[in-house]
Design a protein around this ligand. Structure first.
Ligand code: NAD
Length: 453
């Protein structure tokens, strides 16, 4: 398998992919290791993960560089991710003991309690866009809960996945408790065919549905963290239109729009529409684009060449249906999977751009007249990950957010994930939750003890 630098299109390295046989060997070893690991107290398992966090801090610069080289993420954003994702370890430090402890729920003649046992050996099939965040959401929590993990990094973030393995082992996670499956979707398929006790997936709707169908007969837990088409609505009472435009632009273009909860479409009330669009375009124009290894770069290349084509097709469809491109819409000269940051107006819901995930540096902005119209449009999507509203009136915003059929709602913020609250999608955005108390318990199965004596 070739690892390509998306900024230069050069081959970074070539790696052998796992075979069905090597996956079976890894799983046999993990099966043994998990039994011993589960016997260790939670405190000991947690300590090892805390140690892993220290190693990540010590190697921050090198880890960020590897992430940038294989995904094209601008280096400042890679550093943010390597650092920021450590908040998962803080969350575990504060909460794991509480949520994994056995609970006594009734005493008397019969003492009744609930123990939270690990699932066993689980598969973590992951994505490339935020490999630290979405990887940690699964494998760190799973390890602390007493599971062994076979982690399949995306083929676009393989070197980062190999770094996880090295540092986890250095920190004291036994080699037969965490291992990595190297390869493309075919190697993911081997995991689906194998005997595992849970499947935790981050990626596209299409692959997520395929996984759920393929493993349904095993009756093991399946969690799916999938894509989104997340709306942001700016109400006409907003005090600082410019600031709202700056925040919305960052929500749309951070990581080149390749975030599951990126702002993917914007609705603005007619009274403030022109001013909002003016500030929005000015802001996006100011983003330095270029070599992702340079500190100042805000937009680099896309990670996958193929996505450039998907977005160009969406733009073509929009133009044919009456949209206007205010900025971008084309590719700069030179190598790399670059697309100029693109702002589209005069959009409507006949256009793919407003309905299907773009996952890149492009945004459609649509004018609306009333809150009711905005609500209807925000809900007009097969996805249900997040929704954001900018307004000075909390009650007015919350009335709409309460109606939204999504896992996370934001008032005067967007495109953020907190380890304290569940991260979950509805409709085509997924099934189950990571993070929060729910994301700790997700890697356990309850056992009921009813003890007379
Ligand atoms: P993808 O579905 O193409 O790939 C994800 C993983 O699945 C990769 O490791 C891939 O090798 C593997 N895979 C592919 N085919 C498989 C098969 N047949 N069997 C088993 N495994 C297989 O998705 P991607 O391009 O890596 O990720 C982008 C998507 O992920 C976007 O839709 C994005 O919104 C979503 N995402 C969601 C979240 C979230 O938390 N909800 C977070 C990050 C990304």
């Amino acid at each position: 398998m070739q690892i390509i630098n998306p900024a230069t299109e050069e081959i970074i390295t070539e790696l052998p992919e796992d075979s069905q046989e090597s996956i079976q060997e890894k799983l046999a070893s993990l099966r043994k290791g998990q039994k011993e690991w589960a016997k260790k107290p939670v405190e000991e398992r947690l300590e090892v993960i805390i140690q892993f966090g220290e190693l990540v801090k010590a190697n921050k610069e090198e880890l960020a560089f590897v992430l940038t080289s294989e995904t094209g993420k601008p280096i400042a954003q890679s550093r943010n991710e390597v650092n920021g994702s450590l908040n998962r370890i803080e969350h575990l430090k504060t909460n794991a003991l509480k949520w994994l402890a056995t609970e006594t729920v009734a005493t008397g003649d019969v003492t009744e309690s609930i123990a939270y046992e690990p699932l066993g050996v689980i598969a973590n099939i992951s994505a490339w866009n935020f490999p630290y965040n979405v990887g940690y959401n699964v494998f760190l929590y799973a390890i602390v809960a007493g599971n062994a993990v076979l982690y399949k990094p995306s083929e676009f973030a393989t070197l980062t996945g190999m770094n996880f393995k090295e540092l986890l082992h250095q920190a004291g996670v036994p080699e037969n408790v965490f291992d990595v499956a190297i390869g493309t979707g075919q190697v993911g398929q081997y995991l689906l065919d194998a005997d595992l006790d849970g499947y935790f997936f981050t990626g596209s709707y299409k692959t997520g549905v395929h996984i759920a169908k393929s493993v349904a007969h095993k009756l093991v837990p399946v969690q799916l963290e999938l894509g989104g088409k997340d709306p942001l609505y700016v109400m006409d009472d907003i005090a600082d239109i410019k600031q709202a435009a700056i925040n919305a632009a960052e929500g749309a273009f951070y990581n080149n729009g390749q975030s599951c909860c990126a702002v993917e479409r914007i609705y603005v009330q007619d009274k403030i529409y022109d001013e909002f669009v003016k500030h929005f375009v000015e802001e996006v124009k100011s983003y330095p684009m270029g070599d992702p290894t340079e500190d100042a770069t805000f937009t680099g290349p896309l990670t996958r060449a193929q996505q450039v084509e998907v977005i160009l097709e969406q733009l073509n469809d929009s133009i044919q249906k009456g949209a206007k491109i205010l900025l971008g819409g084309d590719q700069p000269e030179g190598p790399g999977y670059y697309l100029n940051p693109t702002v589209v107006v005069d959009t409507n819901h006949e256009m793919e751009l407003m309905k299907e995930e773009s996952f890149g540096p492009v945004i459609g902005i649509q004018k609306v007249n009333t809150d009711a119209e905005a609500l209807e449009l925000m809900q007009d999507t097969p996805y249900g990950l997040t929704a954001a509203i900018y307004s000075t009136d909390e009650a007015r915003a919350k009335a709409l957010l309460d109606e939204m059929n999504v896992g996370t709602v934001y008032w005067n913020c967007c495109d953020r994930v907190s380890p304290n609250t569940p991260w979950s999608g509805r409709k085509n955005s997924g099934l189950g939750s990571t993070l929060s108390s729910q994301g700790i318990r997700a890697f356990t199965q309850p056992k009921s003890y009813q003890m007379r004596g």
